[in-house]
Design a protein around this ligand. Structure first.
Ligand SMILES: Nc1ncnc2c1ncn2[C@@H]1O[C@H](COP(=O)(O)OP(=O)(O)O)[C@@H](O)[C@H]1O
Ligand SMILES: [Mg+2]
Length: 261
């Protein structure tokens, strides 16, 4: 069960904070082989914001996203999405919450090859036991510029088009928060720009909150702010980022003092 306090908070309406992490830690392995993937991460993100997460390979970016999205459980700490605590709940309830409130976009799209574009798009509705109709599929696919591809299979699409289907799938439940792990990592520049515009539009037009891991300063410049991770800790933040400022900060990450966010 989620904490009743959290639920009461939730019933009052949307929380001001879309995501809150308090002292979240996660260690993989044990003894000599133990790796602290996350080491006491605390952060809060306002609703309707677009945040990029950057840092060296192995700094804990994916672990952060997985824990924040309820796809993985931290060892300690608190994760709240839209005012509801994910940590400490049962698996079944967590799954239900995740399906209703959270969207996830992966680098490798993770579409089901045997399903059509429309079927892939509405899969989260189906899994959540919600009404599935072709009209909703068409509506959300039109939003991502694929209104004429409903009956295609993923194999008939380009990488950029596949990722746009993945974004449609993430949008279809009208989630509070969309997490994207390197969503442009496998795309050419132009497709990447389409994907970034769609994510920004989800924030600016539809009021979603987007958290995106990226290693690309240009991609990060689409966000409202950038959080920098190193060795599982938050080590910096850059608001209103330009690609140049992000690249500059990345180059000097080791020089940063640890700051709370
Ligand atoms: N399933 C896992 N088992 C063991 N170690 C893991 C696992 N996932 C991640 N790690 C380790 O945790 C650290 C952070 O990984 P990750 O969150 O994937 O970093 P990033 O996404 O920034 O590259 C790395 O040292 C990685 O090797
Ligand atoms: Mg990663």
């Amino acid at each position: 069960m989620f904490r009743t306090g959290s639920r009461r908070n939730h019933d009052k309406g949307p929380a001001a904070e879309a995501l809150r992490l308090v002292k979240v830690s996660k260690t993989y392995g044990s003894d000599d082989g133990a790796v602290a993937a996350l080491d006491g991460v605390t952060l809060g993100l306002a609703r309707g914001t677009f945040t990029a997460v950057m840092g060296p390979s192995g700094s804990g970016k994916s672990t952060l996203l997985q824990c924040a999205a309820g796809l993985d459980q931290p060892d300690s700490g608190i994760v709240q999405v839209d005012g509801t605590e994910l940590t400490g709940g049962g698996e079944a309830e967590l799954t239900k919450f995740r399906r209703g409130r959270i969207g996830f976009v992966f680098q490798q799209y993770n579409l089901l090859e045997t399903l059509t574009v429309a079927q892939n798009t509405v899969l989260p509705l189906k899994l959540a036991g919600r009404r599935v109709d072709r009209r909703r599929a068409r509506e959300v696919l039109e939003q991502v510029g694929l209104g004429d591809r409903l009956s295609h299979r993923p194999a008939q699409l380009s990488g950029g088009q596949r990722q746009r289907v993945a974004i449609a799938r993430a949008l279809v439940t009208e989630p509070r928060v969309i997490f994207a792990d390197e969503p442009t990592g496998a795309l050419d520049t132009r497709s990447a720009r389409d994907v970034l515009r769609l994510l920004r539009e989800a924030v600016q037009v539809h009021g979603r909150t987007v958290v995106m891991v990226t290693h690309d300063p240009v991609a990060a410049s689409y966000a409202d702010s950038v959080l920098f991770l190193a060795d599982g800790r938050l080590v910096g933040q850059l608001d209103a980022p330009t690609a140049d400022a992000v690249a500059e900060r990345l180059a000097h990450l080791g020089d940063d003092v640890t700051v709370g966010v």
